[in-house]
Design a protein around this ligand. Structure first.
Ligand code: SF4
Length: 729
């Protein structure tokens, strides 16, 4: 049963909260005086406001930023560290008493009024605020008083952090994975021998020796179908394949997951990337992989109650989605921006090569809309007609110029299905060009410029990248180039430098050889957010010819609490670590041409790394994908719950085009699912020293980074109409 927020005001605070409150007041005599003398909450608020405002006004740039008279990266960069704190405290005061629906607590109301809570604690010893709340207060007032220093780490230090993480190309790691492969294959052999597994394609002929069987299995290892067929679908098998290395607590959670109906689907290749014996040189190196496979207690508790994050993806027939777009189907086309729409085919592409624990599609698995019944996901006969109708949507739209074919996973589709989709895209693009010939200047529709395939298979199942697929992609690129399509992108999802393996490397080389550029979207999970981890991945990806595109904060609510790294950490990572890969503007033009020479991308990337003396190309932007609004890291912390979970107010990314509906939309409020204290505690549990993250307390604001020109659409040599066709507003 939910407890009304005002009732919580009467709850006594704990001894630990008292101690922290005492420390807060003793460190800040002015605050103490305000709190002791205030006769009510209003006096406390006014007292704090006057005090902090007086300080903020000493920096006119910061004052203007607080008043929202200026915004953007340039204005943000003029803020001092102390200004961050002053603005946050004033935002707390301005938003005092506001109520927010907290989806982390299944829709309960959260009230933010931190000054009130400090006053209640001081005056009555009540308010129910937790130690993680008071600790956050302690740090914000320290920052305001100039006692919480921020020292931007040196490049040497960031490189030292990067050096903590191995890649899967390290010969010692390769050897370990070979051991893992051998263990897994021997298990599969024994299961085939015992009759536990029977298969029409993967079987042994009579009289084969164990050695022959093993060599046969090694051949199978290169076949994607083998990995799909032998993917682990239960906790028991997962543990068995991992050499019974999972501890009983983890197994208990996994059994519960199975009971709740959460699917398991982990193929032998991906399983071979997880350590069963941890070597001294790679302690904790596989955690970002492991926590993508092993479900958390919070996910189990929330499964069945997960709320959809992407409001614009919930479509009712004939009605515009949350971003205002009219769509031809409730499931197959997703759209947020004017220029691009996502196509999700009714093919095997609805599935993935695995199920990432923090995937937003857990919502659809929960409702039974998605599953891993791969045979049943094959396209039906009517799919072809439907595809024609879906593709026509792109043809008839005045602004669409970019199609992202994904799923699930675009490369889970068979070559035949994929070729069919690409053929239809090609024909549509050609018809768009033809139709434009009779339209006058200024009334022409956008023609197709970019085709993207969203896939994690270079990571989950690199065996899927075959010479046949490469040929298919090469041929498509060749003919599509002739009708004006200029960008051919494989958008993949590496999560850890340990996923960069000889197999995934080979798959990237093959994709590049087809003339396609590979970009990466990292999901910034708690394990991936450890110091140096993301930058090590950026460098490892550059080494194999992948350009970093986005670093996404984990979406979702309490179901993803375990994997969630706070947005404050995303800002800290951007400002303190990724910065060492900042590319001087002189090289922008050179990078923009990379896709024209995808085959030589490693050489070209290395050329700029050497000339600019940077360890990696920081081409990605750290963002959160907001419901309805798209990607942004422009936010201010305007509130905090009694549990110390921060409340962020996001604005959309003003540097890119949006649906006109956005101008009428409210700002987006995100209540984080864990406090900074909980996040730091989790890092400690992952073996980190939380003192290395100390400045995280002060990162209470962000501004979205500018997009690099390589990710811009090329210009047309004609003028596109300003008219919107499929807009329902
Ligand atoms: S590959 Fe992407 S869509 Fe598939 S399970 Fe992972 S996060 Fe979800």
């Amino acid at each position: 049963m939910s407890v009304l927020p005002h009732k919580l005001d009467q709850i006594a605070i704990t001894v630990r909260s008292h101690r922290l409150l005492d420390r807060l007041l003793n460190e800040n005599p002015i605050l103490k005086e305000i709190m002791i003398n205030a006769r009510n909450e209003t006096e406390a608020l006014v007292g704090v406001r006057n005090w902090v405002m007086g300080e903020l006004k000493k920096n006119p740039d910061a004052y203007k930023y607080y008043k929202r008279e200026v915004q953007g990266r340039e204005a943000f960069d003029k803020l001092g560290w102390k200004d961050y704190a002053a603005i946050r405290i004033l935002d707390y005061v301005d938003n005092a008493g506001r109520e927010f629906v907290d989806q982390n607590l299944r829709g309960e109301l959260a009230i933010s009024n931190p000054i009130h809570l400090i006053w209640l604690g001081t005056t009555f010893g009540t308010g129910g605020a937790k130690p993680s709340f008071f600790e956050d207060m302690l740090y914000v007032f320290r920052q305001f008083a100039g006692k919480l220093e921020r020292e931007i780490p040196s490049r040497e230090l960031v490189e030292e952090w990067m050096g903590r993480w191995c890649t899967g190309m390290d010969p010692r790691i390769i050897k370990l994975r070979e051991e893992n492969r051998e263990r897994i294959l021997k298990l599969i052999i024994s299961k085939i021998d015992s009759g536990e597994i029977r298969d029409k394609k993967f079987f042994f002929e009579e009289g084969m020796s164990q050695e022959q069987k093993y060599f046969r299995c090694l051949e199978w290892w290169d076949d994607k179908l083998f990995h799909l067929r032998f993917a682990v679908r239960s906790p028991e098998l997962l543990n068995e394949f991992l050499g019974n290395s999972l501890d009983p607590d983890t197994m208990k959670i996994l059994y519960q997951a199975k009971e709740m109906g959460i699917p398991f689907f982990i193929n032998p290749y991906y399983l071979s990337l997880i350590h069963v014996r941890v070597p001294y040189f790679a302690i904790g190196a596989d955690l970002a992989i492991r926590y993508y496979v092993v479900y958390s207690q919070q996910l189990i508790e929330e499964y069945g109650h997960i709320v959809a994050w992407e409001k614009e993806d919930q479509v009712k027939p004939g009605k515009p989605n949350a971003a205002g777009w009219l769509l031809p189907s409730t499931h197959n086309i997703h759209r947020r921006y004017p220029e691009v729409a996502i196509l999700i085919p009714d093919t095997m592409g609805r599935a993935c090569g695995g199920l990432c624990a923090s995937c937003q599609r857990m919502y659809d698995f929960q409702s039974g809309h998605l599953n891993f019944n791969l045979d049943k996901l094959k396209p039906t006969e009517t799919w072809d007609e439907k595809l024609t109708r879906l593709i026509k949507y792109f043809e008839d739209d005045s602004q669409l110029r970019d199609i992202l074919i994904t799923g699930g996973d675009a490369l889970m589709s068979s070559d035949k299905s994929l070729a069919n989709i690409l053929d239809k895209v090609y024909e549509m693009a050609m018809r768009k060009v033809e139709a434009n010939k009779s339209r006058p200047e200024g009334e022409k529709y956008a023609e197709m410029l970019r085709v993207r395939l969203g896939t994690r298979l270079p990571v989950y199942l690199p065996q899927r990248i075959t010479p046949e697929l490469v040929e298919l992609l090469r041929v498509f690129k060749e003919k599509a180039t002739e009708i004006g399509i200029k960008q051919f992108i494989i958008q993949t999802h590496f999560e850890s430098p340990m996923e960069v393996t000889p197999e995934s490397h080979k798959s990237i080389l093959m994709l590049n050889s087809a003339g396609w550029t590979v970009t990466n979207q990292l999901v910034f999970t708690a394990a991936a957010s450890r110091r140096g981890h993301s930058s090590k991945l950026r460098a490892a990806l550059n080494d194999i010819g992948v350009l970093n595109y986005y670093t996404f904060s984990v979406k979702g609510y309490m179901e993803n609490n375990f994997n969630f790294a706070t947005n404050e950490r995303a800002v800290q990572e951007q400002i303190e670590e990724k910065v060492i890969g900042r590319i001087p503007e002189d090289y922008y033009e050179e990078i923009r041409k990379f896709p024209e020479d995808a085959d030589n991308i490693v050489k070209n990337i290395n050329g700029i790394r050497t000339k600019a003396r940077i360890p990696f190309l920081g081409t990605d932007r750290n963002v959160l994908n907001l419901p309805g609004v798209g990607k942004s890291l422009s936010f201010r912390t305007i509130g905090i719950t009694r549990y110390g979970r921060r409340i962020l107010e996001f604005e959309y990314d003003s540097t890119r085009n949006h649906s006109p509906i956005l101008h009428n939309m409210d700002k987006v409020i995100i209540i984080e699912s864990k406090s900074i204290r909980e996040y730091l505690q989790q890092l400690e549990d992952l073996g980190e020293e939380s003192s290395e993250y100390q400045s995280i307390w002060g990162y209470s604001m962000g501004e979205t980074e500018p997009r690099l020109p390589i990710y811009d659409y090329p210009n047309y040599d004609f003028e596109v109409t300003e008219k919107y066709t499929n807009l329902g507003v």
